[in-house]
Design a protein around this ligand. Structure first.
Ligand code: NPW
Ligand code: K
Length: 483
């Protein structure tokens, strides 16, 4: 099952659906126990709990209540707990009584020496940046911060990171992930999901991510009856004689991502074959031969020839991926793709997205990518540190790349080749996009090892990453016995 991320409203609905558990405070006690468990684990791992000092920053709502109950548990375990109350008149009363009763102290500011700080300013009820008083409390904090539900100052639904916001080492959340845990993953640190006994319902048009196990399970693998044609032949249209790089990278990625066959169309045919002799490369579309999907656009130019190729390919009924220069052509004439019934995947970066939609992506990335997908009636993959793939029906798959090393020239061409080959293998466009984004990100991480990389290094890591994913998730191939 994909991991689901909920909006604040959906979280509240799921909490309310628990009935008594919400009303009698059981959910909050469970949430607090989860926070305390994580904090105790951190303290234990860094020298022990007894006598250690923890500071709590408590806001006006239930998020503060979670932390105060957690503080009570910590205090009873010998942790010295001090809480700063940002809204003393509206502090959660039950939590405050429990905290005080267990020996917790209320202070005007965080003590100079604390081992860890708990951020309980706001949870899903927060809006906007940290207010100045809250920001002032965090200003000098250098120790790890454990965020309750979310790092305060980050929008729960859009993941917008306001200029005054918390950067957490660990985020402890409850019952289900919230949108920001994907959309602002780099600010959340390690995310711990605590089971509090609420069961969110599946929202088809929600936000999801694929687990590595799912990516491994969906990756096309040739079966005993397969030959080079049956696995899906991808046709790459990219690059030019003058600029062969995009052609080579996209074709190489297609060769690496799936077994079977890659065709190439373009004036860089000779250069492509010199790098990848297994590619069947021709200059003209008319000579291309049969494919099961097209991946069109990187470095192909934006002139009449590009328009002709796109017109021909998009008029057919095969799956088509369009990237880079191809997107510039489509931005001038969106009717080329609008209403297309065969699977169609557009893979813009932010600049290309703005050209296609007529406006910058803006703060609410899921909303923007959903709107463009719905408007054009095709699947849209918006590149970025958090790549988002939206279907016209509004379902979004996100992938946190875990690093930004893939922000390098030519990396997009590699993504085109991977996703194009997955389309040819028959994956739905949103799954092809999500799986390609995941493997692309893992390849960047593997290739980098902490140092800058170019797209060639990323491409070279694609095959080992797929192999590792499959091995790690039960995709081992048969073995040969001898003797
Ligand atoms: N329901 C349950 O039993 C369970 C709930 N759970 C927990 O409850 C959390 C949701 O609680 P909630 O709804 O009380 O909202 P919450 O996020 O604590 O605070 C909102 C208040 O803060 C204020 N405020 C707003 N923006 C601000 C800002 N930028 N900077 C500073 N202050 C700001 C604003 O108050 P104002 O000052 O405007 O009066 C607003 O009313 C949820 O995330 C989870 O942790 C779990 O225990 C599971 C069971
Ligand atoms: K918080």
């Amino acid at each position: 099952m994909p991991i689901q991320y909920l909006t604040a409203d959906a979280v509240r609905a799921a909490e309310h659906a628990t009935g008594d558990l919400l009303a009698n405070g059981t959910l909050m006690r469970r949430a607090a126990a989860g926070v305390a468990r994580v904090v105790l684990g951190e303290l234990t791992g860094t020298g022990g709990c007894y006598g250690r000092a923890v500071g709590l920053v408590i806001g006006a709502g239930n998020n503060g209540g979670d932390a105060l109950y957690a503080g009570a548990i910590l205090a009873r375990r010998g942790v010295r707990c001090s809480a700063v109350l940002l809204a003393p008149d509206t502090t959660h009363s039950g939590g405050l009584a429990a905290f005080r009763g267990a020996g917790g102290r209320i202070t005007g500011a965080l003590p100079d020496t604390v081992d860890l700080v708990i951020d309980a300013v706001v949870g899903i009820g927060g809006t906007g940046p940290l207010r100045p008083a809250a920001a002032a409390v965090f200003a000098g904090v250098t120790v790890p911060i454990v965020a309750v539900d979310l790092p305060s100052g980050i929008d729960a639904d859009t993941g917008v990171v306001h200029d005054r916001s918390v950067r957490a080492a660990i985020t402890v959340t409850f019952g289900a992930y919230r949108n920001l845990h994907l959309l602002a993953a780099p600010r959340c640190g390690r995310i711990v999901l605590v089971d509090i006994g609420m069961a969110p319902t599946d929202t088809p048009d929600g936000l999801f991510s694929l687990t590595d196990a799912e990516v491994a399970a969906r990756w096309p693998v040739p079966g005993p009856a397969d030959d080079k044609y049956t696995q899906g032949v991808v046709g790459i249209v990219a690059g030019s004689q003058r600029y062969p790089g995009a052609a080579i990278l996209a074709s190489g990625a297609a060769v690496s991502a799936t077994s079977g066959m890659t065709r190439f169309v373009g004036s860089a045919a000779e250069a492509v074959v010199s790098h990848y002799p297994e590619v069947v490369a021709v200059d003209d579309l008319a000579d291309a031969g049969k494919v099961q999907a097209w991946a069109v656009g990187p470095g192909m130019g934006t002139g009449d020839r590009a328009l002709d190729i796109l017109r021909t390919v998009l008029a057919g009924d095969l799956p088509v991926l369009v990237d880079a220069d191809g997107l510039t052509v489509i931005a001038r004439d969106p009717d080329l793709v609008r209403g297309r019934t065969a699977p169609t995947l557009l893979t813009p970066h932010a600049g290309e997205f703005a050209r296609l939609s007529g406006a910058a992506v803006g703060a609410d990335r899921p909303a923007a990518v959903r709107a463009l997908a719905a408007d054009l009636g095709v699947t849209v993959l918006l590149k970025g540190r958090i790549t988002l793939v939206a279907t016209p029906a509004g379902r979004v798959y996100g992938n946190d790349a875990g690093s930004s090393w893939a922000a390098t020239a030519g990396a997009g061409d590699v993504l085109t080749g991977i996703a194009g080959s997955l389309l040819a293998a028959g994956l739905e466009p949103e799954i092809a996009g999500a799986c390609a984004a995941r493997v692309h990100a893992l390849a960047a991480l593997r290739a980098s090892g902490g140092a800058p990389i170019g797209a060639s290094a990323l491409l070279a890591a694609v095959r080992p990453v797929i192999g590792n994913l499959r091995t790690a998730h039960g995709g081992a191939d048969g073995h040969i016995t001898t003797g």
